[in-house]
Design a protein around this ligand. Sequence first.
Ligand SMILES: [Zn+2]
Length: 191
Amino acid sequence: MAAVTGQDGDVDFSFVSGNPALDLAATVGSRRDKPVDTLLTPADLERWVADCHELPDHVTVDAPALGTTVSLREAIYQLALDRVLDRPFDPASVEIVNNAAAGPALTIRLSDTGVHMSGDMTAVLSHIARAGIAVLADSRACLKECGRTGCTRIYLDRSRGARRTWCGMEECGNRVKAAAYRARKRASADG
Ligand SMILES: [Zn+2]
């Protein structure tokens, strides 16, 4: 749940897009109405990276790295939206993503306890950009915008027959169903 409770960084990030690049793009919610940015400080970004299972547990972020991340995030969102709307990619955004992907790779080590990832923020952004390129370039990947008005999260629908309507049940599906239930109840009370 991306519940914003204030300016103190008390935000629970959600990773339901099916791809870390799309999850990064979704750190801005409600993009068309009143955009809500959950990555306002370097500490927010450090926490987001730590919470993402595909990225290192610890990374240090400074203000310039936050700026670079935001620029990559907006480029990824633009390209994902281009895919959803079936139009050519925005060239400036393609360049930003390609430049980030040219960075160093994360170090990945296997052990009995699982995989340990390490690397600096440049490597993290490179990893995210590569993951984004993989999904954006895949013509069979079904990218959709969440069906809840105001969510605006773009996610990868891997369900059979691509029947998913919402980015996540907890995030949006249950909210839409609860609102519909309340509306039906009101309608029957009026009638
Ligand atoms: Zn949603």
